[in-house]
Write a protein that binds this ligand. Structure first.
Ligand code: HAM
Length: 416
C-alpha cells in the first residue's frame, strides 16, 4: 500500500527544507535587526476569531472542525487575528510600540495550484501602539529590506484603504457594501466595481498609479477634506521611503481582501511567478485589538508567503545555499576509528558553527573521501596512525586536493 500526502500539502526533503530554513532565517534576522521579537500562537483557534473581521475571502477557505467537546475550531488561515487576540488579552500593558514577529504554517482550503497550497508558510510582523508615517514606513522598509537581502526582483505597491473607505462612505455605501467593493478591487474585477460605483472621480482615482507625484493628482481629483488629510499622511510615508531608498509604486486601484484594514495597505509581487505572484501583503488595522476586547490600539503589519518566495527565487535563478559540510573526518584504518570519533567531537565543541560529518559506516579511506566529496565537504580530516603518533592529522582541501599535516591542537583554529 502506498500512502500519499493529502491534496495541497507537501513533504520537505532535506534539500527543500534547507532552502526553506535559509529563507526563514534570512527574514528572521532582518526582523530581529529592526527590533522585532518572535511570538508563537496556536495552530488552531475558535472559528469566531476569524468570523469577527477577516472577511469572506478567509471564511470561505477555512478548515473548520468540531472537537470532542463540540467546540467549533479551525486551523489558522493567518496569524494577525491570533497575535491581535494575544495582544488584547496578555500583552496590552507592555511598553509601546510593541514589535512582534512570527513564522509558521497557515492553512487555507483553496484549490491547489502553483504557489497556492492548503498548508503554506508565512513569516510576518505586527507593530502595536504606533500610528502615523514613521510606523507605516518602518513596516514597508522592513518588507523591502528582507526581499532585497534575499536577492529577489520584486515590485512593491502601496495604496490606502482609508481613502477608499472614506470615498465610498461619502457615496452612501455602508460598511458591508464598502467591504464588498474592496474585495472586488482585490480580485481585480474593475467591471463590477464600475457597475456598483457610479462616481467618475472614484474610478479615476482607481486608475492612478506611479511615483509619489500621483498624490498631487489624487488630491486634485477628490474634494473630501478627510481624504486630503489621508493623502497628505500618505505622502509623508512616501517621503520617508524615498529618503531610505525604498523603491515602490503607488497604486490606488490596489486593495486587500481582508476586512480588518483601515489605512495604508501594501503588497510585494515577484517577477516571473505567474498568477500567484504576491509574495507579501500587509497594512494598517487600527480597530482589531479593540474588537478583541483590548484598548484602542493602532497597528500595522504584514506577512510574507515563504513558499512563493522560494518559487520566485528558483524562477529568478537566485541561489539559496544548500547544505554544506565544512569538514569530513575520515579514518585511514580500523585501529584509529575511536580517535577519529574523538577528534570529530572535539572539533564540534570548539566551533559549533562548523558542520562536521564523521564517517560512521566503516568505509575504506578512498570510499570515505569519495563520500566527503559527494557531501560537498570543504575539508577532509584524515586520521592515520603515523600522524597520530605525532599528535597530528592530515588536512585535505577538497577543492584544490592539497594536503598538509596539522597538529590536532591547531586544527580548530586552522578550520575557523
Ligand atoms: P495575505 O495576503 O492573506 O495576508 O497572506 C500573506 C501572504 O501569504 C500572501 O501574500 C501570499 O504570499 C501567502 N499566501 C496566502 N495564501 C497562500 C496559499 N494558499 N498558498 C501559498 N501562499 C499563500 C495575511 O495573511 C495577513 N495576515 C497579512 C498581515 C499581517 N496584515 C497585517 N499583518
Amino acid at each position: 500500500m502506498v500512502f500519499e500526502c493529502p491534496r495541497g500539502v507537501r513533504d520537505f526533503g532535506p534539500e527543500r527544507m534547507g532552502v526553506r530554513r535559509h529563507v526563514e532565517d534570512s527574514i528572521g534576522k532582518v526582523f530581529s535587526s529592526f527590533g522585532y521579537r518572535q511570538v508563537g500562537t496556536p495552530t488552531f483557534e475558535f472559528v469566531e476569531l476569524f468570523e469577527a473581521k477577516s472577511g469572506p475571502e478567509i471564511m470561505q477557505h477555512l478548515y473548520v472542525f468540531e472537537d470532542k467537546g463540540g467546540r467549533r475550531l479551525c486551523l489558522r488561515p493567518e496569524a494577525t487575528a491570533s497575535v491581535a487576540r494575544m495582544y488584547a488579552s496578555e500583552l496590552r500593558s507592555l511598553p509601546k510600540p510593541l514589535r512582534l514577529s512570527y513564522s509558521g504554517p497557515m492553512f487555507r482550503y483553496e484549490e491547489p495550484q502553483k504557489g497556492r497550497y492548503r498548508e503554506f508558510w508565512q513569516a510576518g510582523v505586527e507593530l502595536f501602539g504606533a500610528k502615523g508615517p514613521q510606523a507605516d514606513s518602518e513596516a514597508i522598509t522592513l518588507v523591502f529590506t528582507c526581499l532585497e537581502q534575499l536577492g529577489l526582483r520584486f515590485r512593491l505597491r502601496i495604496s490606502h484603504i482609508g481613502v477608499l473607505r472614506t470615498l465610498l462612505s461619502a457615496q452612501g455605501f455602508d460598511e458591508a457594501g464598502t467591504d464588498k467593493i474592496i474585495q472586488l478591487l482585490d480580485k481585480g474585477d474593475m467591471k463590477s466595481v464600475r457597475e456598483k460605483v457610479k462616481d467618475s472621480s472614484f474610478m479615476k482615482l482607481m486608475e492612478l498609479s506611479g511615483s509619489a507625484d500621483v498624490i498631487k493628482e489624487a488630491a486634485s481629483i477628490v474634494a473630501e477634506e478627510k481624504v486630503k488629510e489621508l493623502l497628505s499622511e500618505l505622502s509623508e510615508v512616501l517621503a520617508l521611503l524615498d529618503s531610505a531608498g525604498v523603491g515602490y509604486e503607488v497604486d490606488f486601484g490596489m486593495a486587500r481582501g481582508l476586512d480588518y484594514y483601515t489605512g495604508i495597505v501594501f503588497d510585494a509581487r515577484a517577477e516571473g511567478l505567474g498568477a500567484q505572484d504576491q509574495i507579501c501583503g500587509g497594512g494598517r488595522y487600527d480597530d482589531l485589538v479593540e474588537l478583541f476586547g483590548g484598548p484602542a490600539t493602532p497597528a500595522v503589519g504584514f506577512a510574507f508567503g515563504i513558499d512563493r518566495i522560494i518559487e520566485a527565487m528558483t524562477g529568478q535563478g537566485v541561489e539559496a545555499p544548500g547544505r554544506v559540510t565544512d569538514v569530513y573526518v575520515a579514518s585511514a584504518s580500523e585501529a584509529v576509528r575511536p580517535q577519529a570519533f574523538r577528534i570529530a567531537v572535539q572539533l564540534r565543541k570548539s566551533n559549533s558553527a562548523l558542520t562536521i560529518d564523521h564517517d560512521i559506516s566503516g568505509r575504506r579511506l578512498n570510499r570515505a573521501l569519495q563520500h566527503a566529496s559527494e557531501q560537498k565537504a570543504r575539508f577532509a580530516v584524515i586520521v592515520g596512525e603515523r600522524e597520530l603518533a605525532k599528535d597530528s592529522v592530515v588536512l585535505k582541501d577538497m577543492a584544490s586536493q592539497k594536503q598538509e599535516e596539522v597538529r590536532i591542537k591547531d586544527l580548530a583554529e586552522r578550520l575557523a
